[in-house]
Design a protein around this ligand. Structure first.
Ligand code: ADP
Ligand code: MG
Ligand code: ZN
Length: 499
């Protein structure tokens, strides 16, 4: 491929333009128009009823909780929530769509406008991205139901038959559509990461991309730099990882530039990403595209979200990740990098703040959470909620270190025991006799013993070889099994040697 030398797939001649459409499952216990469970992983078709199986005459009833969650997302993203929105029938034939239409908002969506500021540091790596601070506008957020799932493999007769599982059918979704504001594959991936973080933070979405709770369609075009008109776009459907999104867009940008460079034209079409090949391929062209014959759903009244309901929901909005990062940097005087790590999830942010509050030592709290806590979460594959050490218990450990009762090396061992056993730091230190020995009367005999055992070293120190002094400190520490208070040991040695 020509002209795609740099890692963003953007050349000197061409500029990439990207808009995303993100489907996010709303975290309700039941489906959007019936009482069936939304729980993942049930036996196929265990969670179905006449409504979500599309039987004739079954009537949809809108799930109030789903609306509250959709409004929560819209308000958090700065959208204007419409007083009145309308569900419509989007008609097309596909085996996973039992009614023959999907109920979705179309001409009158739940919310319009709004947007999202991209962070300066990437969440996963903490690396600085190139797009720091960029504001990406949203076009709209609307509500809709999910379709079922076609199962093409895993059955004895899968070579001849496709099986259908309607457990997902009628699961509530929001579709979040951006303006074509993104300019590189990396920006698009960062936008998706940032949006995921916010939706999970709000409790609107579980962020589980492997289970299909969050999916992204990427619309990609290129144009010559300086050109204001948009180029012809292609749409890559259903990408369910940040890395794949970045790869798919990168590939697509390169392909567009290549076609145009060779005098060709991009055809508007829908494509799929083949992760194994790292390439996109055509699924259907715009000519084959459906006319969905949208019309308002006759079995549902318009959705009315009045000002009072919007205000009630607005008051429940938590402090969002970006605001919390900024506050952490100011209030606790911690570096931006630390603040980014400490706000990776709302749970981690809350854990850190509670530890800092109880211990009164923000710096130590930050170090413990960024270090041992995040490491333990990673090693054990658990979220902060499943960490068996409470913030108060961690604060207890920090206090013991601050008092000088144990060294930082011993503290790490105490932490490991706390994690394994759920016991308190104080108990572990007392029961294990781990406290630092800092009373001179216990240390003095040991110091005398060490000095007596090494007359030659003592002579060298007295003759001015100061660096031999550390050797004696080390010998005393060894005698105390690492528990001697290094400062007091040093003072005692000085006194005894007379240095
Ligand atoms: P469609 O009707 O094909 O779904 P829309 O106008 O609704 O197209 O836009 C869908 C998404 O595609 C939006 O995120 C929008 O920002 C993006 N988009 C539209 N035109 C372009 C373009 N020329 N290049 C890149 N993205 C685009
Ligand atoms: Mg589209
Ligand atoms: Zn149902």
């Amino acid at each position: 491929m020509s002209d795609t030398g740099d890692p963003q797939g953007v050349s000197n001649t061409f500029e990439a333009v990207i808009g995303l459409e993100i489907h996010a499952q709303l975290m309700t216990a039941t489906k959007i128009f019936c009482g069936c469970s939304t729980a993942f992983g049930a036996a196929p078709n265990a969670h179905t009823c006449p409504v979500c199986a599309g039987l004739p005459g079954a009537l949809p009833v809108l799930n109030r909780r789903a609306v509250d969650l959709a409004v929560t997302a819209a308000l958090a993203l700065g959208c204007e929530v419409q007083e009145r929105s309308v569900f419509a029938r989007k008609n097309y034939f596909y085996p996973d769509l039992p009614k023959g239409y999907q109920i979705s908002q179309y001409e009158q969506p739940l919310a319009t406008g709004g947007g999202l500021q991209l962070p300066r540091l990437r969440q996963g790596s903490g690396e600085a991205g190139s797009m720091g601070g960029k504001f990406v506008k949203l076009t709209r957020i609307h509500m809709e139901e999910d379709a079922g799932k076609s199962l093409h493999e895993g059955f004895a007769d899968s070579d001849r038959k496709t099986y259908l599982d309607y457990n997902r059918s009628g699961v509530p979704l929001v579709e979040i559509v951006t303006e074509p504001d993104l300019r590189s594959a990396e920006e698009a991936a960062v936008f998706f990461e940032t949006l995921r973080q916010i939706l999970v933070w709000l409790g609107v979405n579980d962020g589980n991309m492997d289970e299909g709770s969050l999916r992204c369609d990427a619309n990609v075009s290129v144009r010559r730099r300086g050109e204001t008109k948009l180029g012809t776009k292609t749409e890559v459907k259903n990408v369910n990882s940040f890395r794949y999104l970045e790869k798919a867009i990168h590939y697509e940008i390169g392909r567009h530039i290549d076609v145009i460079d060779h005098g060709g034209r991009i055809v508007q079409e829908t494509r799929l990403f083949d992760a194994a090949q790292g390439k996109t391929y055509s699924m259907r062209s715009k000519e084959e595209a459906h006319d969905y014959r949208y019309f308002p759903e006759p079995d549902l009244p318009p959705l009315v979200v009045d000002a009072e309901r919007r205000q009630v929901i607005a008051r429940t909005l938590p402090e969002l990740p970006e605001a919390r990062r900024r506050r952490f940097i100011e209030q606790y005087a911690i570096p931006e990098y630390d603040a980014a790590l400490l706000t990776q999830t709302r749970g981690v942010a809350e854990y850190f703040e509670e530890t800092a509050r109880v211990s009164g030592n923000a710096k130590a709290s930050s170090n413990w959470v960024m270090g041992e806590i995040l490491r333990a979460m990673k090693d054990n594959g658990v979220a902060i909620e499943a960490v068996p050490i409470t913030p108060a218990a961690l604060a207890g450990l920090i206090a013991i270190v601050d008092r000088g009762t144990i060294s930082s090396t011993v503290a790490k061992e105490v932490f490991a025991t706390m994690y394994e056993t759920g016991r308190e730091a104080g108990d572990i230190v007392t029961a294990g006799g781990l406290a630092q020995i800092s009373d001179s009367s216990s240390l003095e005999p040991i110091v005398h013993k060490v000095v007596a055992a090494h007359p030659d070293v003592v002579a060298e120190i007295r003759a001015g070889k100061d660096r031999k002094f550390q050797f004696l400190v080390g010998q005393v520490m060894k005698e105390t099994k690492g528990k001697g208070d290094p400062k007091i040991v040093t003072d005692l040695l000085h006194a005894v040697i007379g240095g």
